[in-house]
Design a protein around this ligand. Structure first.
Ligand SMILES: Nc1ncnc2c1ncn2[C@@H]1O[C@H](COP(=O)(O)OP(=O)(O)OP(=O)(O)O)[C@@H](O)[C@H]1O
Length: 646
């Protein structure tokens, strides 16, 4: 393997010298221990009764300290990472304090807090009969005091970095908060928890200052190994060296085992692209495979939807069972807020929610029966596709075998049955989306929420997954809300299109109706049409907001605000001014030509009208010799203009 050296990064001598000195400074004491160890006597030193007693005590104390740190520190780390409360910065400083405090000062503080004459000590003694100083429990308290911060800070950082969508999705599949914590949160932070635990244990094992100050140095009771070393150093220096060697070896072993982990390898890994080589072939095969027929109605809940949302979003929505509603709208329109309100996951909007006969308004997210597929799928990275898919059923109390059978069946229906034992990192984007959908459907939701389910996929995969999605949405008994920015998705998947703007319903119609009569320029443009707002100046004339006039066929009342929608296919492009029937003719200049499928979209700018998009065949474009900057005439028949009054 060749090493790459960035040009111009020669090791500067001025830095190398002090750096080498620093390494030597750290190394020399360790070398001293190794050099002065009487190797032949190490065995007898380490097996002498005093040392074995101290070793046993050290293990007891350090593991108790670790246990206490886990019991107290994990909840504290969770609160620090997840809950905002007053005084949080102060609590965090308090947690870090033992790391920077001289341990003897820590010992004095413990005496004043928990000692016989401390704040809590007398109560502990009179009520519980516990006296900590000169007792093993005192050594445990001292070790916990100095070691627990290592656990808390490593865990807090990882928990804070964990995307909430995993836990929220788990709740939407029916898992209670406790179940979510043990089956999603903890496994995902396991590497950080293990690293923090190892450091905490090592720190507790090596604790000296606070222990000797608070708990004393009683052989067999509080005299742990580090205290033993201190004692031996005065009476038997060779034995002290051997015990030091043992502690050094333990510390090194912990560091080697941790290599780099402490700095936070969370479970929240970016999906690696380490797909097995057979993947592409499988994907191709997968694309060809026909999905299973939609789920049998018995496994699905046929529920209608009635909701009244207030807060940032203000709308009422009614839909019979089996309806798919495509939710569209510009950025910030409140689409995600609507979904989160239905899930019960946001304080920004409140949803009165009725699903079939059930009033779900007051139910917590995991009892609503509202399954959510977030944009990235949020498949649990520590579980296989099968376990991911079985998750909702398990959370709802279905036994393991049955849950797995049903999950396998759903994966099969979505054409990814053969990937059941893969982890999410070993799936392609399209496969992961199918698994995420299988997971949501397997949980038998009453309402299904899909947040841009195809956004992360490339064009080809998108078309395949869209097809799969359509097949399964047709078989889904409940109502499905599907947020999308893609007009093709909205029109091809939605039975209805709900257009939001500023948190309100702008339009809620069938796709055909929305395409024909878009209620805002944004919707019209999203659907690819020309949309010109204006005001009627006579029965058939619209004065356009962007300048110019437009003659329309539908009669208008003077003064009416209206939106004129012109499909790009209805725009004709000419090199000379056309004679004859069209009532709307403008001179202009070609500003842009782009290919859309087998046709060309031509954008024409004009001084007499707003920009106009025309769609023509490549043959027509070549006959007209069109290019950027070509002077042209455009025309639109009055009968081709759809007028939507506002
Ligand atoms: N946690 C939050 N705190 C405060 N404001 C928020 C929060 N989340 C969203 N918003 C604001 O609420 C409004 C609606 O946001 P929302 O995410 O629902 O929009 P959206 O329609 O999903 O947009 P996009 O298409 O960009 O995803 C936006 O103005 C956004 O800035």
């Amino acid at each position: 393997m060749s090493r790459l050296r960035v040009p111009g990064t020669r090791t500067p001598t001025a830095l190398a010298l002090p750096a080498l000195l620093a390494v030597a400074f750290l190394l020399l004491p360790l070398a001293g221990i190794l050099a002065r160890t009487e190797w032949g006597a190490v065995g007898s030193h380490l097996t002498s009764p005093g040392v074995t007693d101290a070793l046993g005590l050290s293990l007891v104390v350090s593991f108790w300290a670790l246990g206490l740190s886990l019991v107290l520190g994990v909840p504290l780390a969770w609160l620090l990472a997840r809950v905002s409360f007053r005084g949080k910065a102060l609590v965090r400083s308090l947690v870090l304090l033992p790391m920077v405090l001289p341990p003897t000062v820590g010992g004095v503080a413990l005496l004043l807090g928990f000692g016989r004459r401390g704040l809590l000590g007398p109560w502990l003694e009179s009520e519980l009969g516990i006296v900590l100083p000169f007792h093993t429990s005192g050594a445990v308290v001292a070790a916990t005091f100095v070691a627990m911060p290592f656990l808390i800070i490593s865990l807090e950082g990882t928990l804070a970095g964990l995307r909430p969508s995993y836990e929220e999705t788990a709740a939407s599949l029916g898992a209670s908060p406790v179940r979510v914590f043990f089956t999603v949160t903890l496994p995902m932070v396991a590497p950080a928890l293990a690293a923090g635990s190892a450091l905490t244990w090592a720190r507790a094992l090596g604790e000296f200052g606070a222990t000797i100050t608070f708990a004393g140095n009683l052989p067999g009771t509080t005299q742990t190994l580090p205290l033993q070393v201190y004692l031996l150093l005065q009476e038997q220096p060779e034995a002290a060296t051997s015990v030091s060697l043992l502690l050094l070896a333990v510390a090194m072993a912990v560091l080697v085992a941790l290599r780099g982990r402490w700095t936070g390898i969370a479970g929240d890994r970016a999906p690696s692209r380490d797909r097995p080589p057979e993947e592409d072939a499988e994907q191709a095969e997968n694309a060809r495979s026909t999905p299973h027929p939609p789920a049998a109605p018995a496994t699905l809940q046929q529920c209608s939807l009635h909701t009244e949302v207030s807060g940032f979003d203000n709308l009422t929505l009614d839909a019979p069972a089996g309806t798919t509603i495509a939710v569209v709208g510009p950025n910030g329109a409140g689409k995600t807020t609507l979904l989160r309100a239905l899930l019960g996951l946001t304080p920004r909007a409140h949803a009165e929610l009725r699903l079939g006969d059930t009033d779900a308004t007051a139910l917590p997210p995991h009892r609503r029966g509202v399954a959510w597929v977030p944009q990235d799928g949020a498949l649990f990275p520590h579980l296989t596709a099968l376990a991911n898919t079985a998750y909702g059923l398990r959370a709802q109390g279905v036994n393991r075998d049955e849950a797995r059978r049903t999950a396998q069946d759903w994966l099969g229906r979505l054409g990814v049955g053969h990937l059941a034992h893969r982890r999410p990192a070993q799936l392609s984007g399209g496969q992961a989306q199918r698994v995420a959908l299988a997971r949501a459907l397997a949980a038998r939701p009453r309402l299904l929420l899909l947040d841009e389910p195809l956004a992360a996929l490339d064009q080809t995969t998108r078309a395949q997954v869209r097809h799969t999605l359509r097949t399964h949405l047709e078989g889904f008994g409940g109502v499905c809300l599907l947020v999308t920015h893609d007009p093709v998705e909205a029109i091809s998947l939605g039975d209805r299109v709900l257009v939001l703007d500023g948190g309100r319903t702008l339009q809620d119609d069938s796709p055909a109706q929305v395409s024909r009569h878009p209620r805002s320029p944004w919707v019209a443009r999203m659907l690819g049409s020309n949309a010109w707002p204006g005001t009627a100046t006579s029965e058939r004339t619209l004065s356009l907001d962007g300048g110019g006039t437009l003659v329309v066929a539908d009669p208008l009342t003077e003064g009416t605000q209206a939106l004129a929608v012109i499909a790009p296919e209805a725009v004709s492009v000419h090199r000379r001014r056309p004679a004859g029937s069209p009532r709307n003719v403008w001179p202009g200049t070609v500003r842009e030509i782009t290919a859309v499928g087998s046709r060309l979209r031509v954008v024409v700018s004009s001084d007499e009208s707003p920009d106009l998009i025309a769609e023509i065949t490549p043959q027509a474009a070549s006959e007209l010799a069109l290019g950027d900057g070509t002077d042209v005439w455009t025309s639109v028949k009055a009968t081709e203009v759809t007028v939507v009054t506002r």
